[in-house]
Design a protein around this ligand. Structure first.
Ligand SMILES: NC(=O)c1ccc[n+]([C@@H]2O[C@H](COP(=O)([O-])OP(=O)(O)OC[C@H]3O[C@@H](n4cnc5c(N)ncnc54)[C@H](OP(=O)(O)O)[C@@H]3O)[C@@H](O)[C@H]2O)c1
Length: 349
């Protein structure tokens, strides 16, 4: 049954009936702007890291094959909702049409450049053409259209930051904000997957909050990523370790913290099976925030129980009030952080 236009997009759900657009199997991606919707001309997609990594592992590191696979998902589901990882990503584009009842408190106009801050896993999307697939940046330059529901969050793209760079940062803006909320002066903080987008931003936010008396530790199994982290003055300690190897990571953290372990662990890895490394690295009574989309609730909950670790386990909410400004603010504040993002995500790779 078709509903009247609904703030959460219920009217776009095709199957199964009665669910919200995110868990829906298929949604209606006809690019007709209902009264309470916004229509966007899309120029680029930032595919969620767990999703991009899964597709790359499936079809190979071939831009054309990855693009075709993503296009296939959108054709089948009406949205870029990876059926294996369950995750989506984010988009940037230009406002094409604003429905008369779309809540437009910010004075948005047709033609404005925006990034949506809701997942592509619930966003009606049509890809007309794929112009480029950037393997290292997990981004697709496309010609396409998308719909934002009345409840959908968005941010105007800043004038002072390259658009593809802003897209990369905004996709993971929740991570540094959640980190900033959890970390207090003097704390020890471990970030799994510390060299990625969310990881570098979280390490920066952690150092800002922990201060000179704190210890901020980044973990990566890749020597090149470790070298990159060693060059960052906001990272105190770099551990060359694989977050899927729980015992090795625990021992490395034990050694790096003189046996104290971490007060807070932020998991920003893009592969599965890293729950136990995070749980074993946190101290009794500490907090683990699982930002990774490859996190298994079962592995985390049963894993902590299995080793008798009384720690707070948090789901890393992708949204936090003010997260976009906070994350972009980190880039504006740190020339070093901005230079890494500029090179990686605004270049041609
Ligand atoms: N909670 C939310 O709302 C939300 C929103 C956006 C993203 N996410 C998730 O957050 C995570 C991070 O996203 P991102 O965009 O920052 O990803 P990213 O840029 O790909 O960063 C992930 C990092 O982890 C590294 N890594 C891979 N295998 C590892 C291992 N075994 N041990 C330690 N590090 C390893 C990656 O190296 P390589 O690049 O060499 O693989 C990369 O540096 C992903 O799982 C993503 O799906 C969550």
């Amino acid at each position: 049954m078709q509903h009247a236009p609904h703030a959460h997009g219920l009217h776009r759900v095709i199957s199964p009936a009665g669910v919200l657009p995110q868990p829906a199997q298929v949604i209606d991606n006809h690019m007709v702007c209902h009264a309470n919707e916004m229509l966007i001309e899309v120029s680029a997609l930032n595919v969620d890291a767990a999703s991009f990594t899964q597709v790359k592992a499936l079809v190979g590191a071939d831009p054309q094959a990855i693009g075709a696979h993503m296009q296939g998902i959108v054709a089948a589901r009406g949205k870029l909702h990876n059926p294996v990882t369950g995750s989506g990503g984010m988009l940037i584009g230009r406002v094409k049409q604003i429905g008369p009842t779309f809540p437009n408190d910010g004075g948005l106009k047709v033609g404005d450049r925006i990034a949506t801050l809701v997942s592509l896993s619930l966003t009606p999307l049509k890809i007309h053409a794929i112009k480029a697939v950037h393997l290292a940046a997990h981004q697709l330059e496309i010609e396409g259209e998308a719909i934002l529901f009345a409840s959908g969050l968005y941010a105007r793209l800043p004038d002072d930051i390259d658009e593809r760079l802003a897209l990369a940062v905004l996709d993971v803006a929740g991570a540094p904000m959640q980190t900033a909320r959890l970390v207090r002066p003097g704390m020890r903080v471990v970030v799994m997957g510390g060299a990625g987008k969310a990881g570098l931003l979280s390490l920066y936010a952690a150092k800002r909050a922990a201060g000179a008396g704190g210890q901020v530790i980044g973990v990566s199994p890749f020597e090149n990523e470790c070298d990159e982290m060693r060059a960052c003055d906001w990272i105190d300690t770099v551990l060359h370790a694989d977050a899927r190897d729980a015992v090795a990571v625990m021992q490395a953290v034990e050694q790096a913290t003189d046996g104290e372990m971490a007060d807070v662990v932020i998991n920003c890895v893009n592969v599965p099976d890293t729950e136990m490394a995070s749980i074993l690295s946190v101290r009794e009574g500490g907090t683990v925030c699982f930002f990774s989309m490859a996190t298994s609730f079962t592995a985390a909950a049963l894993g902590a129980e299995g080793v008798g670790k009384d720690a707070t386990l948090l789901v890393g909410n992708g949204y936090a009030r003010g997260h976009a400004d906070f994350a972009l603010g980190c880039l504006r504040e740190s020339a070093g952080l901005r230079a890494i993002f500029q090179r990686r995500y605004a270049g041609g790779a």
